[in-house]
Design a protein around this ligand. Structure first.
Ligand SMILES: Cc1cc2nc3c(=O)[nH]c(=O)nc-3n(C[C@H](O)[C@H](O)[C@H](O)COP(=O)(O)OP(=O)(O)OC[C@H]3O[C@@H](n4cnc5c(N)ncnc54)[C@H](O)[C@@H]3O)c2cc1C
Length: 414
């Protein structure tokens, strides 16, 4: 496996870039593994990487029914931040942000983490109180938060209209918030995990989960039976489908979340702008496209397509705030299936089946957590006990009532 560097780049330039080795092997599934991760999105691949790197696990496989990152990892709007309200969430998401900071170097793969700053706008008295409460909670947790006046917002975001139909009364800024490159995160983890001996098996759909005496024994897949000592389910919007195969139900709903991008334009926006109360957020990708997202569809579905009503839902409020964007043409629109829990927090930990672990319920905001999620989930699987940061996010909280309620602090009011 070639190490990516200036020297390798130069050497390959002399051979017309025809000699690059594949980033990861096309592994054939073996008869059995110590640990099988189902789902080759960012979270599943990160879990496999940390299992091999930090916990020395030697026989690990990732099974992906399609192509790596073809789920929500490759469909999301790539916002990274950690300014959550509750202590438990702040710890988990900030763990991820700290890992993002060194990830390109660690993986020897440019994940294009760009801490360009992220603004949550306040348009009314309620919003001002919400950002004030959350910003102060962030300070108590050692997370960077700054309050901006309307004039400062205008300086940060020149094209925004602060005195329009949705007046801007202030904003909460997290400077370490920003974006990363979605595909690169999946590919970077895949390449690094493969290097450590993890088998990454694409086009391998799990169709059944074998449970004997309350313990997981193996998986039926479209490429034959695979024995497994432990299994991690990391299948986002399809988690309830997999749970049903193992004989239990999960407290989550699978709903589409849509996004769209404009044609590429010259740089106009070098921060991420989010507005909870008008239900839209926007950033500009390194290619120049405006990346625009909004709220979830109002019905449960497994459709990954865009719909006309959501174009209007996103474009309407966006243009009230950014009238200059009205001449832009939209390039693409799509959907992903997000797995939403009642408290809008993830589920990380044991399942009712021994040896079967869950990492799901990230809903509309799991991309930002990818490195932290993989790290604490790997520890949980390897040690057979919850990592301290994962402990509050166990399935039992839906029985005990100890929810980690983040609904009010979601980026947009999902
Ligand atoms: C439009 C949109 C915008 C979003 N914006 C943001 C954002 O800005 N910031 C943020 O933090 N989060 C965002 N999210 C949420 C984020 O994308 C997800 O929380 C995160 O990517 C989940 O990663 P994952 O690896 O768990 O899931 P996925 O990437 O979905 O991976 C799960 C994988 O499991 C595979 N799979 C499913 N069933 C099976 C099976 N039976 N056998 C084998 N494999 C199977 C799927 O093919 C898939 O590849 C957004 C989501 C969407 C849809």
């Amino acid at each position: 496996m070639q190490r990516y560097s200036l020297v390798t780049l130069a050497r390959n330039a002399f051979s017309n870039h025809e000699d690059w080795s594949p980033a990861w092997r096309k592994a054939e599934p073996q008869a059995a593994y110590d640990i099988v991760i189902v789902g080759g999105g960012g979270h599943g691949l990160a879990t496999a990487y940390y299992l091999a790197r930090e916990f020395g696990e030697k026989k690990v496989a990732v099974l992906e029914k399609g192509w790596l990152g073809g789920g929500n990892t490759g469909r999301n709007t790539t916002i990274v931040r950690s300014n959550y309200l509750q202590d438990e969430s702040a710890a988990l998401y900030d763990h991820a942000v700290q890992l993002w900071a060194g990830l390109s170097r660690e993986l020897n793969y440019n994940v294009m983490y760009s801490p360009r700053g992220l603004l949550h706008l306040a348009h009314n008295e309620h919003d001002l109180r919400e950002i004030s409460r959350r910003g102060h909670a962030n300070w108590l947790n050692g997370i960077d938060a700054e309050f901006l006046s309307p004039a400062e917002v205008q300086q940060w975001v020149p094209p925004i209209r602060i005195d329009g139909r949705y007046p801007v009364l202030g904003a909460l800024l997290q400077r370490r918030g920003g974006t990363a490159r979605h595909d690169a995160v999946a590919w970077g983890y895949a390449r690094a995990a493969d290097r450590l001996g993890v088998d990454i098996v694409e086009n391998c759909e799990v169709t059944g989960i074998e449970v004997e005496g309350g313990r997981v024994k193996g998986l039926q897949t479209s490429r034959g039976r695979i024995g497994a000592g432990k299994v991690g389910l990391v299948t986002a919007g399809h988690s309830s489908v997999l749970a049903e195969m193992a004989g239990f139900r999960l407290p989550l709903a699978s709903v589409p979340l849509q996004a769209m991008v404009s044609e590429p334009i010259k740089p106009v926006l070098d921060v991420v702008v989010m507005s909870g109360s008008v239900h839209v957020y926007v950033s500009q990708s390194d290619k120049g496209e405006l990346v625009i997202g909004g709220g979830t569809d109002s019905h449960a579905s497994y459709s990954q397509r865009g719909s006309y009503d959501m174009i209007e839902e996103m474009a309407g409020p966006l243009l009230e705030m950014f009238p200059a964007f009205s001449r832009l043409r939209m390039l693409r629109q799509w959907g992903g299936i997000v797995d939403v829990t009642a408290d809008r927090s993830p589920i990380i930990g044991a399942s009712p089946v021994a040896g079967l672990y869950l990492n799901c319920g990230w809903g509309t905001g799991g991309f930002k957590a990818t490195p932290g999620s993989g790290h604490v989930f790997a520890a949980t699987i390897a040690r057979d006990e919850p990592h301290p940061m994962a402990a509050p996010f166990g399935l039992d909280r839906f029985r005990s009532g100890a929810l980690v309620d983040e609904a009010a602090a979601a980026a947009v009011a999902h």
